[in-house]
Ligand binder design. Structure first.
Ligand SMILES: Nc1nc(=O)n([C@H]2C[C@H](O)[C@@H](COP(=O)(O)O)O2)cc1CO
Ligand SMILES: [Zn+2]
Length: 162
């Protein structure tokens, strides 16, 4: 009798892989972030990536990181992957859900995560850990009882021919 496959994706690989794939839709030239929200029983509820809101053209709004005029930077216009994933969900409540994201959530997304009732955050990169935004984010999630932990990379390479 043939045995079941052994090298299938783990749940964590699957959901972080889906988050990373979503991030590949981002037009941000510097940082592409993807997010996947999952129910307690491991069903994908929503996905998102960082970009400008509907109607705000990727070709007309600025992608610059700095410059004299804040209105000519992306920061005042871009919607983060986590907020997009929360807003993309049209199925009702996200209470008790888990959120996989390729970059640690900022303080604004932490507010949305907490208020949506999401209870667990699994992140990959934490490159802005020293910024007030991420420090505030962790402070709020700690206070609100949202657990967060880093994704354990398996270094599995996934090749998809598209
Ligand atoms: N958790 C996050 N989710 C996100 O979607 N973003 C987005 C906002 C910007 O489009 C980009 C960050 O640009 P940069 O400062 O690394 O050039 O990633 C940023 C963070 C960081 O907190
Ligand atoms: Zn954010």
């Amino acid at each position: 009798m043939s045995e079941k496959r052994k090298d299938y994706l783990s749940w964590d690989e699957y959901f972080m892989g889906v988050a990373m794939l979503a991030g590949m839709r981002s037009k941000d030239p510097n940082t592409q972030v993807g997010c996947c929200i999952v129910s307690k029983d491991n069903k994908i509820l929503s996905m998102g990536y960082n970009g400008f809101p509907i109607g705000c053209s990727d070709d007309e709004f600025p992608w610059a990181r700095e410059g004299g005029d804040p209105l000519e930077t992306k920061y005042v216009y871009s919607t983060h992957s986590e907020l997009n994933a929360i807003l993309n969900y049209s199925g009702g409540s996200l209470a008790g859900a888990k959120l996989y994201v390729s970059l640690f959530p900022c303080n604004e997304c932490a507010k949305a995560i907490i208020q949506a009732g999401i209870k667990e955050v699994i992140y990959d990169c934490d490159k802005y850990a020293d910024t007030p935004s991420v420090i505030a984010s962790k402070r709020m999630m700690d206070a609100a009882g949202v657990r967060y932990h880093q994704y354990h990379r398996t270094n599995r390479e996934v090749k998809i021919l598209l």
